[in-house]
Design a protein around this ligand. Sequence first.
Ligand SMILES: [Zn+2]
Ligand SMILES: [Zn+2]
Length: 431
Amino acid sequence: MIINADLHIHSHYSAATSPRMDLPTLATEASKKGIPLLGTGDCLHPRWLQSIRELEERDGIFYFKPKDEGTTHATNTNFVLTVEVEDTRRVHHLLIVPSISKAEELYESFRAYSRDIDSDGRPSLRLSGAEIAERARDAEALIGPCHVFTPWTALYAYHNSLKECYGDMAGYVSFVELGLSADSSYADRIGELRDLTFLTNSDAHSPYPIRLAREFNRFQVEDVSFDELKAAIKRERGRKPVLNVGFPPQEGKYNESACIRCYTHYSLNEAITRRWRCGCGGLIKKGVRDRVNELADCDGAHPKHRPPYLHLIPLAEVIGLAVHKSPGSKAVQKLWEALLAEFGSEVTVLIDASMDSIKGAHFDSNSDDRIRVLEAIRAFRESKIRILPGGGGKYGVIELKTGASEEAQERVQETMVEYEPGREQLSLLDF
Ligand SMILES: [Zn+2]
Ligand SMILES: [Zn+2]
């Protein structure tokens, strides 16, 4: 079977998260997105773990059943225990944990090294990457670095290799999470990553459809269990990732090197000459693209096992681009709900439904908007988009090649990069 999974999110017990990051809301929203397997996030937090304990468990998977059927959006969302922790160098690591008892063991072994493990769902640990990986191995948990290239709190922000971070435990690492500003065409230019599975997760701090599962993975498994997920990440017994879905890297907010105050973009050479100080006095933050160029040591040809990478943004953003309204506006919301009512989930609309069935959709809207939305979905499927790259903490700006007025096209021509996916965007129906 094929399953979509978003393995890195945070509960409301993590800092700077929405109070709505609770299990019922997450289950409902993930189901609308078309994501049946969600990481719990924060599984070392005693109170979050307590609410997970109340769910029905089978083989390391926690089944959410709404108490009052009929009042909630029907959900078939399952959870697997995950947590992000910060090491002593401020590098973030994702752990995927087999059971409640192993989560409790990890909590006990980390507790003496953390001041905030009882208060923050994403605890800071006074342990190195190697020491955390050792404890992960002892608990039979999977581990890998989070958003590995971002200029803050990430492995390649502070280290030049996996070994520098994980020492002798580097061989135990089974995946790397790419983060919003990178895709497999970036990461496969770094030799030491080529054997690892790439994960694309949302790192969502709120349950809104433009955040939850904005990136996700598609795995081939026999059934849904921790062991099957583990086999898929380790690519054993025919289980494997079959698709990574994520933002075009230029959309990420640290794609190019740019000032974190005024967002002026700089080439790597310019930034070095200026000693990473912008004309405005602000700090220039090294972009993921430049960091990858520094680290690159091979030609970037994808290894055989690497699945395709599909560049997508959330449906509400696609609709927003199409009708020139903010993704949070009432008009966009209405179109989004209408499409979901007809197709069941975002993933179906964006990836799996045939273009003909979308064309045949009779969702309720004036025909102009309808046509624009259909064209926008098609533009993404065919990679007909332009992107003004993000940097310095500001997201990139996507523009549809179709639909954009000539004047707007000219205005952006100078600064936009032509969108070239690392490999050809395959026919979406192949996945
Ligand atoms: Zn993080
Ligand atoms: Zn500046």
